[in-house]
Design a protein around this ligand. Structure first.
Ligand SMILES: C[S@@+](CC[C@H](N)C(=O)[O-])C[C@H]1O[C@@H](n2cnc3c(N)ncnc32)[C@H](O)[C@@H]1O
Length: 253
């Protein structure tokens, strides 16, 4: 599946999610997993593609929500974590250039989805285009250090319309002390925390895409919450971890 990578930018893409004009009702009648992709793994509601999301995205149909936790460009692996381990992605560098790639992809995500929700990391927050709204994960026990003290929050960027109608009907933030599972990925998101975000930003039966899948937390949550979900991951070892997690029974989240 060798195609030209998606090029950087197009400003018109940034307004597409806000229009929410795209309908994916037709998705219900379409075959699953979607045709035209050589899937690494698939089951009745989830599908994983191994590869560079910039090459795979042009082959995908519109989805209801892009929900993702992209690389943070913080030099993952260049210093030790809380367990004094040096852990890094093996195939991609976690640097400023990676963030440029993520930003170029955001334009495409906004064109192919009604909503885009992502966790940019505090360091990159101001590099992203202005979202419709900003929420947060709040960590009372802190999740690291920064030049101004303990890191007690992580921003969530919301692009597009609230599927629950907005107007204060549901919270935009979530407090969490849940540790992530040790699954072999350097920075998996805690499942309960991510499931809250998915339930908050999508409706049952909708189709979700995570172009930076990692160990498959988005797909695992989707399976447990009755959504369809496509994940794309550039590293095979993380696809393997995700496939194993998906092979387990549906969890009661
Ligand atoms: C922050 S991690 C996601 C972790 C995930 N939320 C989890 O719970 O496991 C970002 C992931 O994006 C992947 N990645 C980086 N560049 C990519 C690209 N161009 N296409 C697909 N995946 C990519 C990295 O290998 C990494 O696993």
């Amino acid at each position: 599946m060798m195609r030209e990578p998606i090029s950087m930018s197009t400003s018109e893409g940034r307004s597409a999610a806000g229009n929410a004009s795209m309908t994916t009702n037709e998705n219900k009648d379409k075959p699953w997993p979607p045709a035209g992709i050589d899937w690494y793994y698939s089951d009745g509601s989830t599908a994983i593609a191994l590869g560079d999301c910039r090459l795979i995205l042009p082959h995908l149909e519109p989805v209801d929500l892009v929900l993702t936790d992209p690389p943070y460009g913080v030099g993952l692996g260049s210093r030790k974590n809380n367990n004094r381990e040096r852990i890094a992605y093996t195939q991609t560098a976690d640097n400023d250039e990676t963030i440029d790639g993520v930003l170029s992809l955001l334009d495409v995500a906004l064109l192919m989805s009604k909503r885009v929700v992502l966790t940019p990391g505090v360091k990159n927050l101001l590099r992203y285009p202005p979202p419709t709204h900003i929420g947060s994960f709040y960590y009372p026990a802190a999740s690291g250090c920064n030049p101004w003290g303990f890191s007690c929050w992580q921003p969530i960027l919301f692009y597009g319309k609230d599927p629950y109608g907005g107007k204060g009907s549901k919270p935009d933030s979530y407090q969490s002390t849940e540790p992530a599972e040790q699954n072999g990925h350097p920075c998996p998101k805690p499942l309960g925390q991510w499931a809250w975000l998915m339930a908050r930003t999508s409706l049952e039966g909708e189709t979700i895409l995570d172009p930076f899948m990692g160990s498959g937390t988005t797909l695992r949550a989707a399976k447990d919450l009755g959504r369809k979900c496509i994940g794309i991951e550039i590293e095979e070892r993380y696809c393997e971890i995700a496939a194993k997690r998906l092979a387990q029974e549906v969890l009661n989240l």
